[in-house]
Design a protein around this ligand. Structure first.
Ligand SMILES: Nc1ncnc2c1ncn2[C@@H]1O[C@H](COP(=O)(O)OP(=O)(O)OP(=O)(O)O)[C@@H](O)[C@H]1O
Ligand SMILES: [Mg+2]
Length: 254
């Protein structure tokens, strides 16, 4: 056995020997491939808005303009067609604020401290199936969404909605240094305006258009901390009062 191995390798030229050595050095082991698959599973964020590739951020100029506008506008709305990546964009930005891990190319608003956030949508069930899933991943495998698994310190469950997260605590770093914890509260419009009273979040993500009374309440809530409202929806209800206030900046709600 040893003899046959040595006779087959000894028949290789120096060049071939060099190539074989390079291949052996470069070929990753099965363990390292498995470790990388696991790492990527809990770091979905790094696959979005990259510099190169078919889905690079350069293919999403409007999404990038939306991010950039956050540096100067407290209220932003991405009103667009279905399935164009509205919710993903809002979840990507929210994750950056929650963790403090802004991409190097980020030109939007930056918070240099942990933040409090509210994430809201139509009902407890849709918030679970859309926002919760995008940000936290599978309920039984938390960390497989936008927020990297290593950053999710704690989650609590919502009562009344099966497998729904109510609150979460996220590890925050500013310029790479740990400086505390951000918080997430998941809410829904069907809880009514009163459930949006109190608190002073730095960010409110509204996925789908809320009733105007809820929007106004959110606007008041974010005033204390000069917070952001990030709203994403397809205008299925036609020209509502809320849409008019966005299209006509002279119209103010509060
Ligand atoms: N920047 C992106 N890079 C790669 N894939 C993306 C990106 N944005 C969106 N996608 C893909 O497009 C799908 C739709 O995105 P998303 O759910 O954000 O769209 P939407 O506009 O909110 O849709 P809806 O109208 O249903 O609310 C996602 O599941 C994802 O697979
Ligand atoms: Mg959506």
């Amino acid at each position: 056995m040893n003899n046959s191995t040595s006779s087959s390798t000894s028949s290789l030229s120096l060049d071939q020997m060099q190539q074989l050595t390079e291949l052996l050095v470069e070929t990753p082991s099965l363990e390292s491939i498995e470790a990388e698959v696991q790492r990527r599973k809990y770091n979905l964020l790094e696959t979005y808005y990259q510099e190169t590739g078919k889905l690079s951020r350069h293919a999403y100029p409007k999404h990038c303009a939306f991010f950039k506008a956050g540096a100067v506008h407290r209220e932003r709305c991405m009103m667009a067609a279905n399935r164009v990546g509205k919710t993903d964009a809002a979840c990507f930005e929210t994750t950056a604020h929650l963790t403090g891990a802004y991409p190097v190319w980020w030109e939007g608003k930056k918070f240099l401290h942990p933040i409090d956030s509210w994430l809201a949508g139509d009902t407890g069930t849709t918030v679970r199936d859309i926002l919760q899933k995008k940000l936290f991943g599978e309920y039984h495998d938390v960390g497989t969404g936008f927020i990297p698994g290593s950053k999710i310190t704690k989650t609590t469950n919502k009562s009344g909605v099966r497998e729904a997260i109510d609150t979460a605590v996220i590890r925050h770093e500013t310029n790479g240094r740990f400086d505390g914890y951000s918080t997430v509260v998941l809410k829904s419009y069907d809880q009514g305006r009163k459930s949006f009273q109190g608190g002073k979040p730095h960010i409110i993500l509204l996925d789908e258009e809320p009733a105007i009374d809820i929007y106004t309440e959110c606007l008041l809530r974010t005033m204390t901390n000069n917070g952001l409202i990030i709203m994403t929806f397809t205008p299925l209800m036609g020209m509502t009062e809320l849409i008019y206030t966005y299209l006509d900046p002279t119209k103010e709600l509060v």
